[in-house]
Structures are given as structure tokens and as C-alpha cells.
Design a protein around this ligand. Structure first.
Ligand SMILES: [Fe+2]
Length: 896
């Protein structure tokens, strides 16, 4: 490809430049030798030291050049994987080469539901005449990045792939067929190095290419017309010529920001390869994109990562100590709210692959590096490395760090005791960072034998995808990767073996002198043949062995088993041994899909005999209440104790799990203030407030079944809203994308139907950006909020905006609960109302737009059919294009 050739030519020029300079250094060293002899008697020690330093400098510069060039190449061919939000499907992109190994498996779509792996070979170009030795007319290009739409996107069936063929492709996935069709292509002028999707609420796609003047673009998803991000005003052309990373914020705090890290390709005449670069940040407002400056920002940027809980982000950067030494790297913490960085963590590695926050505690920061180590810091002790997670450095002893790609995979599992790293030593390792530093390593989960290039846990954490440098995909189930027993990898099968198995031929023992090996191979082949014949494994024309129609992705935990006879145990151990030998004797082949066999997990819930726990304990706790406790308090709290004890026994609650729950409750309390009620939000996402509301409403409406239904208050109510007159607007800075509506109606007695005068009606709603005024500095105080009073006819009226869906704040414990439960945070479009008047039951409710998304899966379970309304077109009113009539019926309080 032309761009790749250009890139190689530039790299070649850089290497030439450095070679020339190294020659100069060697000549200098020769002169040192001459001087050394002349002045030996008087300056032996001094010159020896000087010579040593010069040699060291030459070596360091040489290494650094190699490293820089290697890294630029490696960054260009990073493999990638992305799961669908439901954790059932995945898409994987990989690097390719334009030679005889070029195959149409650069983009693959996997479906667990269909047990299927499909090739999507659309990122390709026709090979040139000069390369006609290849039978295949197409050259398949590297797919650098893949992204599946996130939970809450308007179309969760979409995924995107970016390729060196200069396109980003938009694919529509069909869950019924387990296949996808390319429905849109976003053309570029050069190889697309990386891309990213914004949070669903923004609907944006950003891309980065190697093009010299048009390297950074963004699109509205679904519209292939590009918008260009201007880099010329940075006065930094020389340091913005290679984009290393691109990340949109994904939380409510940062979803309108885009970060990009750049590296300079230049090589300084005296100081070797440049460590300069650029950290760019852009804010996406309604109609424009603004560059935001942070400092420092002129280092080479390896990777960036956004916080999910606040406005901060991390950047892994180079750091120069003093010329001509290339110092180590550094991880810096920044915020969108201030120009100067906040914190810095010194990293011992030369080069960082990936930085990130701990999924369970954002005080914990990670950097995965090319020296096969991952470093972990705690922000409360930024000067001290908390853990160094080092992979086996002896596995490829001949590989120097400068030529190594190091740790490429870092994934958090279901708690901070589940951290997984994988990379160039071919091992996927499990760490528990709660342990002390000497004991942090738990287990090696998978040894692929070749470099692991990409990896991702599914959103459900049930499957772990690993892609390796040989083009193989490894799909591990949770039940196997977290057991003490190592998963058995059936690394099947080369074509010779397939033909042997499918034609039911004999297996030749060619080497009579190595009977053990042959027996092991025979047993392994037999085991493999049985799996293929039974349909557990099937042969894919492109990818070799994959999961077959009889493959069962989730096995049941073993039931309480009868004791095996000695004969049965012997047979079982023989089968196990044969499987293991299959793994050993048939490994190392191209394009394999290892299938995890066996399940060493044990049932911890079965119990026979007497009571498992002290049967008197709960009653003793309940009986501890004294005689002066209020009867209702006693009733409520005793029941709570009974249920919570039963719950703990039912799930065998561990101390760790209890502690995590306790921290979540404490966290909710700490986050709660005058503007935010996080405890209430936690109750909302587990449905408690809606349930309490239903119970309360049932009681309130017993006397009148035509009363307006209630709904939860929600956490964004504020006391003392502004008093407004009939016909006023509650929208004081109406956004451009808002639709203004006129809402009116009559409040009546639910029994007599008579209009009620003097009813206080509180109304509040979120703006189109999904934020209530107290969450958003850009809205005036009390925007979209007010209190009205019904007139003598019981009527009310106001102008508002047609509501839009929004995510509840998911940067706190409520969001964490949603995340661990694999749920989205969105609420359907709604307006909040409270009606208050003497002599009637207070009414708190919400009304929902019938055209809104999420009516069926409201994150706080507040939707009721009777509360769904229809905004209709409004004619002849210059102030509004929609209108809604909504009458309210209040329940009278029975007179004593
Ligand atoms: Fe709301």
C-alpha cells in the first residue's frame, strides 16, 4: 500500500540518519583509544569512565531507535476485539501481511448463540500485477480497531471496523442469523490507524489516519460526511504526525470530550529519536468543537484513559531526564476542569502500551508496559509503586525488551481480586491485588505459546476472548479460567490430522523408538476424532476446528456424586491423561480455536445432614429489641433482620462480598448532598422506590380507583422552586435541539370530578443533554423547573420541552450496581409532577412520552401504562409546535 511504503521510507531515512551518527560516535571512540594510550599514566581512571559512558550512550541511542521504530510499527498493527452489549457476540480485527500468508480472516464475527465464527473480508484491495504470484486476487488489509455499539445506543445491533484499506465500515448484526451486513462505509484518504465511538447519547465516531493534513476526523454515526479536526493552530505539526490513541469520554462527566495522543517521528541529530508528541483534547458542544489545552502536553503519548466516575483522565507518556538519555515513562492524571495536571506516577518502563483506572476503585491506576510488566499505583501514595505484575521473562530469553511488545491485555474481572494480564510471553495471568506484593500472582490461566495480541472479557464476564499472533482465537469460559485446575486446551488440528480423522484412517506410529510419544499422539488424535465425530467440534474451511453443533458452552456444575469405584477412577484418570496428551502433542498449529474442556468447579451449595448454620441465631437478634421500641419500628426492623439473614444464608454470603456491599452503601452516603441523593438512586435501580410507591398508591387510592397514578419522586427534586404564572415557560435557556410543548389541563376531585382551585403543581424535567439544572453548569438556576397554581376553573398551563431519554448518573454506587448487573442506565422521556392541596392525598408522579425508547426497560422501573402520554402537533402558536393535555384527579382525604 502506498501509505505503508511512504511510512517505511520515512522510517528507513530515520534509520540511515542514526546510522550516520553512530559512525561518528565510533570514530570518536577510536580517538578516545588513541588519547587513552598517550595519557594512560596520568588519566587512566578518568578516560576509562568517559569511554564507558560513551559506549553506554551509543548503546542506549541505538536501543531507543530500535524501540521507537518498532513501536510505531506495532502501534499500526494492534489487533482488537469488541463484545456486543449482551455478551453473546464479538467482533475481532487483526493485522495482515501482503504476502502468501494473506488470508481473508482480518475481520471475524463470532456468535456464541449460533456457535459460529464468520469471516467478513470486506477490508481489502486488489493486488497489483507485480504480485500476481498469489492465487488470491485480493490483498486483505489490517483491521486496526473494532467497536460494538454500547448498551443504550439507539441501535445496539451496529458495530464498526476500521482498516488500512482507508475505510471505516458500519455493520448491522442480525441476531436471528448470527451474521452481519455492511450497511455503510466511511471513506478516508489513508490507512485508518484507530477510531472510537462516543457514549450513545452523543452518537459520534472519531477516526485517525496517517494522512499528513487530514489525520483526525469525526462523524455523526450514520452520516459518512466527515468533519475535520483542525490541528494547524496547535503550532505543533511536527509532533502531531502519528496518532497513537483516540478516546471519547464515556460517562456523563466527560462524554462530550475527545482525547488523542500523538507521537513525533522525528529523530534529533544529537539526542536520538524524539520523545516529543502531543496530548490533544477537544470538547464537542452543540455546534462546534473546541480545542482545550492541558499541560504538560508535548510528550510522546502512548495511551489515554477516561475516568468513569469523574472528570479526570490518565495519559501514559514518555519522559526525558536529560539529553541524550531516554528516561523512563510517566503516567499523568489530568482533569477537563483545569489546565495543569493533577498527579504524576513515575513508571520504570521505557514504553507504555496501555493505561487505565481500576474498574472497582479509581484510586488505583495501571500501566501495562513493553517490558512485560504491569505497574499499579494508588493515588493516595503516588510516589510508590503498589504492585509490579511481571510476566515470565525467561520464556523468550532471546527477545530483548526493545523488540518486545510486552503486555497487551489488561482486564478487570468481577472484583479487584480478578485482574488478568496477557502479552508477548503467551501467558494469560491472574493476579489478586488485594494480596501483599510478594503474593499477588494467582495463576497462569492460559499459555498460548505465541504472543497474545488482544483480549477482552465479555460484558457478562462469562467468556474471555484471547487473540494470538498466530491468528488463533481462544475462548475461555469463566468456569474454567477461575478454577484451580488449569483448563485443558485441545489445540487441534492440522490438515493431515483432519483428513486422517474424517476418513477414519489408521494412525501411523512411525517412530518405533519413541513409543510413549506415539501413544500420546494416538490417544490425543483419538480424543480429537471423537470430538469431531460427536459434533462437539467441527471443521471450519477458513479457521480450522471451531465449536460444533453439539458443543455446550456452559456446563452444569457437577451434582453430588456417588463415590467412584477404583476401576471407574482409574478410567477417568486415564481419560484425563489422554486429553492432556492431546493438548501437548497437537499444539502449535495455525488457526486453531481451542475449546475448554472439563469443569473443575465444585458445588458449594449442596448440603446434607443437619442445619448448615446456627438455627437460633436470627431469632436471638430479633429478640434483643427492648420493650420500649415502637411497635411499628419493631415490626419493620424485625422483618428486615429476618429477610436479610435468610438472604445471607441463601447465597452463602462471604465476608468479602459483605464488605463490598458495605462500601457501596457508604459510598452512596458520601456522595449524597443537597443536589444529589445517591442512596435514593440506589433504591431506584433495585426497584425499591417504585415498589414502595406502588404500595403507598394502593393504600391512597383505595377510596377512588380513578385517581391519577403515582410514580417515584426521583433524586432530582428541589424544594422551593420558582413560583410561575399560568402560561409561563419553565425553559429559560432552550437548547437548539429541543421541541417546545404547551402543556395544560385541569385538576379535579377523583370522586366528585369537580375542578380544584389552588392546587400547587410542581413540574421539573431534564434538558436534552440528559442533565437536570443542578447537574449542569450551563443551565441557569431552576431551569426547566417551577411551581404553578390552578385557577378558579382548576386549570393549569405552561410551556416546557418535550422530554428526552437520559441516563441516570452512573458514576456512583447506583451506576456500579447497574454495571455489575449488566444493565443500562437509561430512563425513558418523562416529566415529573407533584400536586398538593389541602384535603387531598399528595400526588407524586411522572408522565412518559409514548414515542420514547426504554418504556419497557426503564432503569428505575417507574413506567406505568396509565402514565404514558401523547404529545400532539400544535397549530397557530409561534412558541410551541407540540401540545399535551393532561388532567389530574386527586384522592380526597376522608374527613375524621
Ligand atoms: Fe427524571
Amino acid at each position: 500500500m502506498a501509505c505503508k511504503n511512504n511510512s517505511q521510507a520515512e522510517l528507513y531515512t530515520e534509520v540511515q540518519s542514526i546510522s550516520t551518527r553512530l559512525d561518528g560516535l565510533r570514530r570518536t571512540l577510536d580517538k578516545f583509544d588513541t588519547l587513552f594510550e598517550t595519557l594512560f599514566d596520568t588519566m587512566t581512571l578518568g578516560f576509562a569512565k568517559l569511554k564507558s559512558e560513551s559506549l553506554q550512550q551509543a548503546d542506549e541511542i541505538s536501543s531507543a531507535v530500535g524501540l521507537a521504530l518498532k513501536r510505531l510499527e506495532d502501534e499500526s498493527i494492534k489487533a482488537d476485539v469488541s463484545w456486543s452489549p449482551d455478551g453473546v457476540n464479538y467482533v475481532a480485527g487483526s493485522a495482515t501481511q501482503g504476502d502468501e500468508y494473506n488470508r481473508p480472516n482480518n475481520l471475524m464475527l463470532g456468535s456464541l448463540a449460533h456457535n459460529r465464527l464468520l469471516s467478513l473480508p470486506d477490508h481489502r484491495h486488489r493486488q497489483s500485477e507485480n504480485n500476481s504470484s498469489l492465487a488470491e486476487p485480493w490483498i486483505y488489509d489490517t483491521v486496526s480497531t473494532v467497536r460494538w455499539s454500547a448498551r443504550g445506543a439507539s441501535r445496539e445491533d451496529l458495530f464498526f471496523s476500521a482498516g488500512f484499506d482507508g475505510t471505516v465500515k458500519q455493520w448491522a448484526f442480525s441476531p436471528v442469523e448470527g451474521a452481519a451486513t455492511c450497511e455503510l462505509s466511511y471513506p478516508h484518504q489513508d490507512s485508518v490507524i484507530t477510531m472510537d465511538l462516543s457514549a450513545p447519547a452523543m452518537g459520534l465516531l472519531a477516526t485517525a489516519t496517517t494522512h499528513s493534513t487530514d489525520s483526525l476526523r469525526w462523524y455523526s454515526i450514520g452520516d459518512p460526511k466527515p468533519e475535520h479536526i483542525d490541528l494547524t493552530d496547535r503550532k505543533a505539526r511536527s509532533v502531531t504526525d502519528f496518532i497513537m490513541c483516540l478516546r471519547f469520554g464515556q460517562s456523563a462527566h466527560n462524554m462530550n470530550y475527545l482525547l488523542s495522543g500523538f507521537a513525533s517521528r522525528s529523530v534529533h541529530q544529537d539526542r536520538g529519536p524524539s520523545t516529543s508528541g502531543f496530548l490533544g483534547m477537544w470538547r464537542f458542544d452543540e455546534s462546534r468543537v473546541t480545542a482545550i489545552n492541558v499541560s504538560p502536553n508535548r510528550q510522546q503519548i502512548f495511551d489515554v484513559a477516561w475516568s468513569l466516575s469523574n472528570d479526570t483522565f490518565l495519559a501514559g507518556q514518555s519522559r526525558r531526564r536529560r539529553a541524550p538519555y531516554i528516561d523512563r515513562s510517566v503516567v499523568r492524571l489530568y482533569s477537563t476542569k483545569q489546565e495543569q495536571m493533577i498527579l504524576q506516577f513515575d513508571c520504570p518502563a521505557l514504553d507504555i502500551n496501555e493505561v487505565g483506572f481500576c474498574a472497582f476503585d479509581e484510586n488505583i491506576v495501571t500501566a501495562s508496559c513493553t517490558n512485560r510488566a504491569t505497574y499499579i499505583w494508588d493515588m493516595r501514595r503516588p510516589d510508590k509503586i503498589m504492585h509490579t505484575l511481571r510476566h515470565d521473562r525467561d520464556a523468550f530469553a532471546s527477545v530483548r525488551m526493545e523488540e518486545d511488545t510486552g503486555i497487551r491485555i489488561l482486564q478487570w474481572g468481577r472484583s479487584r481480586s480478578e485482574l488478568f494480564t496477557g502479552g508477548s510471553d503467551g501467558k494469560l495471568q491472574h493476579w489478586d491485588i488485594r494480596r501483599n506484593p510478594d503474593d499477588v500472582f494467582v495463576d497462569t490461566i492460559l499459555d498460548t505459546g505465541v504472543e497474545q495480541m488482544s483480549g477482552a472479557l465479555s460484558p457478562t464476564m462469562n467468556e474471555f476472548f484471547i487473540g494470538d499472533a498466530a491468528g488463533s482465537i481462544h475462548l475461555l469460559e469463566r468456569s474454567s479460567y477461575l478454577t484451580d485446575e488449569p483448563p485443558i486446551q485441545l489445540d487441534l488440528v492440522d490438515e493431515t490430522m483432519v483428513s486422517a480423522s474424517t476418513s477414519n484412517n489408521n494412525i501411523n506410529n512411525e517412530n518405533e523408538n519413541d513409543q510413549d510419544t506415539d501413544e500420546a499422539q494416538a490417544q490425543g488424535r483419538q480424543a480429537a476424532r471423537q470430538l469431531i465425530e460427536s459434533g462437539i467440534i467441527t471443521m471450519h474451511p477458513d479457521f480450522g476446528p471451531v465449536q460444533g453443533p453439539k458443543y455446550k458452552p456452559r456446563r452444569k456444575k457437577p451434582q453430588q456424586q456417588q463415590p467412584h469405584s477404583a476401576e471407574q477412577q482409574a478410567r477417568n484418570s486415564e481419560i484425563e491423561r489422554s486429553k492432556r496428551k492431546a493438548s501437548v502433542s497437537l499444539s502449535g498449529l495455525d488457526r486453531i480455536l481451542p475449546i475448554t474442556m472439563g469443569d473443575a468447579s465444585t458445588s458449594n451449595g449442596t448440603h446434607t445432614g443437619g442445619p448448615k448454620y446456627d438455627p437460633t441465631f436470627t431469632q436471638r437478634v430479633i429478640d434483643a429489641a427492648g420493650p420500649n421500641a415502637h411497635p411499628r419500628v419493631k415490626e419493620v426492623v424485625s422483618s428486615l433482620i429476618r429477610h436479610i439473614h435468610d438472604w445471607a444464608r441463601e447465597v452463602d454470603l462471604t465476608a468479602d462480598e459483605w464488605w463490598e456491599g458495605l462500601k457501596l452503601i457508604n459510598w452512596a452516603g458520601q456522595m449524597t448532598d443537597a443536589k444529589r441523593n445517591e442512596g435514593q438512586l440506589v433504591c431506584d435501580v433495585i426497584g425499591l422506590e417504585s415498589l414502595v410507591d406502588e404500595i403507598t398508591y394502593k393504600k391512597a387510592s383505595e377510596a377512588a380507583d380513578v385517581a391519577t397514578q403515582s410514580a417515584i419522586l426521583g433524586p432530582f427534586y428541589r424544594d422551593n422552586p420558582p413560583q410561575l404564572k399560568k402560561g409561563d415557560s419553565i425553559s429559560h435557556n432552550t437548547p437548539a435541539d429541543a421541541v417546545v410543548a404547551y402543556m395544560y389541563g385541569t385538576v379535579v376531585d377523583a370522586v366528585t370530578k369537580k375542578p380544584l382551585q389552588g392546587v400547587k403543581l410542581d413540574v421539573w424535567e431534564a434538558s436534552t443533554n440528559g442533565l437536570y439544572e443542578q447537574q449542569d453548569d450551563n443551565q441557569v438556576e431552576h431551569n426547566l423547573r417551577g411551581q404553578f397554581t390552578t385557577d378558579e376553573n382548576g386549570e393549569y398551563a405552561w410551556y416546557c420541552i418535550v422530554p428526552t431519554p437520559y441516563p441516570i448518573p452512573f458514576d456512583g454506587p447506583a451506576g456500579k450496581l447497574l454495571q455489575v448487573l449488566d444493565r443500562h442506565p437509561y430512563r425513558p422521556s418523562h416529566i415529573h409532577l407533584i400536586a398538593l392541596v389541602d384535603g387531598y392525598k399528595p400526588l407524586t408522579t411522572q408522565i412518559f412520552d409514548k414515542n420514547s425508547k426504554y418504556l419497557d426497560d426503564d432503569s428505575v422501573f417507574a413506567v406505568k401504562d396509565d402514565l404514558i402520554v401523547d404529545f400532539i402537533d400544535r397549530k397557530g402558536d409561534p412558541k410551541a409546535t407540540k401540545e399535551l393535555r393532561y388532567d389530574i384527579a386527586l384522592v380526597p382525604i376522608p374527613k375524621q
